[in-house]
Design a binder for this molecule. Structure first.
Ligand SMILES: NC(=O)C1=CN([C@@H]2O[C@H](COP(=O)(O)OP(=O)(O)OC[C@H]3O[C@@H](n4cnc5c(N)ncnc54)[C@H](O)[C@@H]3O)[C@@H](O)[C@H]2O)[C@@H](O)CC1
Ligand SMILES: [K+]
Length: 528
């Protein structure tokens, strides 16, 4: 496991930190190490920003020079900030410190004293502050324990209004470390340097507007200490490239053949939503699945063949409204002929019998879109518990609410855990930070994505991609939640690459399908 994968609460971080100190690491030495790592990372970012931003019409005149305002709190987050202040002072930056607290932790107080003796200007009043080019926020880290009020809240709002780049240490001051909730008010950072291990709050949707670009500063926490606190089977994890490639089963075996690379059945589309079937098929194509069969209403079969000549298109009898009325598989084929079924995009809610049929099969099954809407209408979600094989549900927030009206989805991690435990399925809740849980509550969070993916058809691509990966690897002793996580990661990385080349407006669902293999290739080159 890489460090990037672990996700901790404030209490877990404190316990891990406690073990390191109990083993003999001096607190001051750790703060010194962390402070220097932050200073180095900051200097790298600042040089990069200075080279890019003067070219931007948004920042006429560039970012300015190297005047730094350091916001120092009373605890060790403030201590880190004061180490950074000292380091930047010696690197030639013009530094000032804002420190409005009457009582400081001892180590923090010592660093403040040294900074003052070095002649770094220190201020306690907002009105006295000189201007600066950027701010470093070390007011509060994981020790924030109540709402921020009074003059500190006022100061935070004031700094946000300056519209300067703000680099937050550990997490933007004011965010709850576990839930990402704003406690009173919070710094709106442009960058966050998360220390040691990812804090759970930074992966929650409600924190996203505050954290800017986040990176992990690894300060060499021994793995033994992490496992001692989080356990050997970590419950909440962040998807990384390494974990995805462990699942994708690459390179292919030289002796593979098409049936060994999986046979996926997609059930999708209707006369009204033919595009959904095409996009799902193109998503599945990118997965490299060995055999692809697509069941659609008879009338749209020619269209599907023209887009996916490699797939076996199964034309099915249709209802008056142009939905599939029932499955009509080729001779000598039944549902057990497939390694996985992905069902739902573009079906309309008239395809009810299909959903009953696939639920009753014992083939690994993904239900999405209208598959989920029909499931909600049938009110038979509890029957999923009886399925003999894997079920995966991939709702967006609206579908989730229709399926699980009693589950509060404000805390998305808890929501997916509850939904997975109630259904025995792996549940993926789509969003800016997609969360995935297995029935035992093991959660993956997809921490890198782009709002460019919030467009019609994007989910259909995900369903096809996931179906293809599932069919390829389902017999290879993989964890199903790892397959779902791999698909979510691959899909969003495709979107991120497409944004880089085409802007946020250039990522329609069809274009996205064209980026899936490109991003895979870049990732493989990166890993090798
Ligand atoms: N965990 C680790 O391994 C390391 C932690 N370090 C730093 O230590 C930080 C945690 O330090 P602390 O535990 O001292 O906590 P913080 O520095 O986050 O803040 C705690 C202080 O803030 C006060 N406080 C809390 N809520 C307040 C509020 N709403 N209004 C006013 N005052 C409030 C508390 O009374 C306490 O004095 C981390 O975020 C990180 O920056 C690093 O120095 C080194 C490594
Ligand atoms: K902070």
């Amino acid at each position: 496991m890489t460090k990037e994968q672990f996700v901790v609460t404030a209490a877990q971080m404190r316990d891990i930190e406690g073990r390191i100190f109990a083993a003999g690491m001096p607190v001051a030495a750790l703060m010194e190490k962390v402070g220097r790592l932050i200073s180095d990372s900051f200097a790298r970012h600042w040089q990069r920003l200075q080279s890019i931003i003067p070219l931007s019409p948004l920042f006429q005149g560039g970012l300015g020079g190297s005047n730094v305002g350091i916001l120092a709190g009373p605890g060790h987050n403030g201590g880190d900030a004061l180490v950074v202040a000292r380091e930047l002072h010696f690197q030639g930056y013009q530094v000032w410190i804002y420190q409005p607290f009457a009582k400081l932790k001892e180590l923090t107080s010592q660093h403040l004293q040294y900074a003052q003796n070095l002649g770094i200007p220190c201020f306690t009043e907002l009105a006295e502050l000189p201007s600066c080019d950027f701010l470093i926020d070390g007011l509060f880290g994981f020790g924030l324990e109540r709402e921020i009020t009074g003059n500190i809240a006022e100061a935070i709002n004031h700094f946000n209004d300056w519209n300067k780049p703000i680099f937050s240490i550990d997490l933007p001051s004011g965010l709850h470390t576990d839930t990402g909730e704003v406690l009173g008010t919070a710094i709106r950072a442009t960058h966050t340097f998360c220390l040691g291990l990812w804090k759970q709050g930074l992966l929650q949707e409600q924190a996203l507007e505050y954290i800017g670009q986040a990176e992990l500063i690894d300060f060499d926490i021994p793995l033994a200490d992490i496992h001692a606190i989080l356990g050997e089977v970590t419950k909440i994890k962040r998807i990384t490239k390494t974990t995805v490639f462990d699942t994708l089963s690459l390179p292919l075996s030289p002796t593979t053949h098409k049936y060994k690379s999986g046979h996926l059945l997609l059930i999708s589309g209707s006369k009204r939503y033919a595009g959904g079937a095409i996009l799902t098929g193109l998503g599945a194509r990118a997965s490299g699945v060995g055999m692809l069969s697509i069941a659609v209403p008879e009338s749209i079969k020619p269209l599907l063949i023209s887009h996916l000549p490699e797939a076996l298109i199964i034309g099915c009898p249709e209802t008056e409204t142009g939905a599939i009325s029932h499955l009509q598989l080729p001779p000598n084929t039944d549902l057990s002929s497939f390694n996985a079924i992905a069902c739902g995009p573009g079906l309309t809610t008239d395809a009810t019998p299909i959903i009953e049929q696939v639920i009753n099969s014992d083939v690994p099954l993904i239900l999405d879109a209208d598959g989920l809407n029909i499931l909600a209408q049938l009110g038979t979600i509890s029957t999923l518990q009886k399925r003999q094989n894997t079920t995966i549900l991939t709702p967006h927030t609206g579908e989730f609410h229709r399926l699980f009206p009693d589950i509060n989805y404000q805390d998305r991690v808890k929501a997916v855990q509850t939904a997975a435990s109630q259904t025995g399925a792996v549940v993926l809740l789509k969003g800016a930070r997609t969360a995935i849980s297995n029935p035992e509550g093991v959660v993956w969070i997809n921490a890198e994505s782009t709002p460019a993916l919030a467009r019609g058809g994007s989910g259909d691509v995900l369903t096809g991609l996931m179906g293809g990966i599932l069919a390829r690897v389902v017999n290879k002793q993989v964890n199903i939640e790892d397959v779902v996580a791999a698909a979510a990661w691959w899909h969003s990385q495709g979107g991120i690459l497409a944004v880089k080349e085409r802007t946020e407006l250039g990522v329609d669902a069809f274009t996205l399908t064209q980026y899936l293999i490109r991003v895979l290739k870049l990732s493989i080159e990166d890993i090798l």
